[in-house]
Design a binder for this molecule. Structure first.
Ligand code: FMN
Length: 351
């Protein structure tokens, strides 16, 4: 494993290998404040040997939540608990960024916000997102900015804007959803670049700020364009994933060896010079190494692989079984990972 275990510097953050545990909400809180279980979970993941963890989607305000069990960063009083996660992870020689999030129309709000009116059916109910006024936009942008300031104060090594998977930033970037006729519609990246400018005013310039970006938002051409604009605005890295699932067009050859998200990351890295992370379907050390050697991607995200086996990176380094995902989807969302088929089998085989 030549490249997987080489160091990587992202601005002034030195990451001991190319393995990142990407954000995965599990829901171990009832009020958005960090619990002992949250701290224990991140400590266990950090002990597992990854160079970097990106903490789960952590909400910037209560209205933007995806679940009542989601962690929050909307209040200065939450900094103390968040710092406990940071300290636990740093004690294991691992770096940690935090993903900051607003769900927009797909959240639990009774009157959800959206760049423009959009009907969305999910979790058994249909809602119509209310078009955001300029005042709403400024207010949510400010909540992102204050969340990043709190992240810096809590000691995180960086912040990642949740800009994909159909949440608020993804809704702004995707022209099938954002039908605004003002500047936020004509230049859909404006919503994000203003957040970035605001964060730069309240944190030191060394503080790492990246984005998890949908590669197909709704097309790869649009994804590449968003990336170019955001790089010009000073974003520090791209963690490339999928866009709004029901509003994206993916035309990737069946011959392509890795996931469509990795394909998009590869295309984006062709036009940007900041680091790019790739994700989806990397479960073995061999696949991780192949992604790093056969594409231009800098860092690999090991998501479900880390739920199945939190010691994934150490096991990969020692040539051991890292586990297998059966795509049973039991890990999806809040608190079901105990019944994940891959985890049950991994634990049985590695007692
Ligand atoms: C339980 C669970 C929770 C997730 N939560 C988030 C999240 O908070 N933010 C995010 O950007 N992606 C989230 N994801 C997506 C993962 O970060 C990752 O992109 C996805 O699982 C694909 O990678 P994998 O094949 O390595 O699992 C979640 C995935 C799972 C399984």
């Amino acid at each position: 494993m030549k490249k997987l275990f080489t160091e990587f510097n992202l601005k002034n953050v030195s990451i001991k290998n190319r393995i990142c545990v990407p954000p995965m909400v599990i829901g171990l809180t009832d009020d958005g404040y960090v619990t002992a279980e949250n701290i224990a979970r991140y400590k266990e993941l950090a002990k597992g040997g990854a160079g970097l963890i990106i903490q789960e989607a952590t909400c910037i305000n209560m209205d933007g939540r995806l679940s009542p069990k989601q962690l929050g960063i909307w209040n200065d009083e939450q900094i103390k608990g968040l710092k406990s996660i940071v300290d636990a992870v740093h004690a294991e020689d691992c770096k940690i960024f935090i993903q900051i999030h607003h769900a927009g129309v797909v959240g639990i709000s009774e009157a959800p916000l959206c760049p423009s009116a959009y009907e969305y059916t999910g979790y058994g109910k249909t809602v119509v997102g209310r078009e955001m006024t300029e005042e709403d936009i400024k207010s949510v942008q400010n909540d992102f900015i204050q969340a990043a300031r709190r992240a810096y104060e809590a000691g995180y090594d960086g912040a990642e804007l949740h800009g994909c998977h159909g949440y608020l930033i993804s809704q702004f970037l995707n022209k099938n959803i954002n039908k605004r006729t003002d500047e936020y519609g004509k230049n859909p990246e404006k919503f994000v670049t203003e957040i970035l400018d605001g964060i730069r005013k309240v944190t030191p310039k060394e503080f790492v700020v990246g984005i998890r970006l949908g590669g197909f938002e709704p097309t790869i051409e649009a994804g590449i364009h968003h990336a170019k604009v955001l790089e010009q605005s000073g974003i520090d890295f791209f963690d490339v994933s999928y866009g709004f699932s029901i509003e994206q067009e993916m035309h990737v050859s069946e011959e392509y060896k890795f996931s469509n998200a990795i394909y998009a990351a590869e295309k984006i890295k062709e036009v940007v010079s900041v680091p790019v992370f790739g994700v989806n379907g990397i479960y073995s050390a061999e696949t991780a190494e192949a992604v790093l050697n056969e594409t231009n991607i800098d860092i690999v995200d090991i998501g479900k692989g880390s739920l199945i086996n939190p010691n994934w990176a150490n096991d990969a380094k020692n040539g051991k079984d890292t586990g297998k995902c059966f795509n049973c989807a039991k890990c999806m969302w809040f608190g079901q990972s105990q019944v994940c088929a891959g985890k049950v089998m991994f634990e049985k085989n590695n007692k």
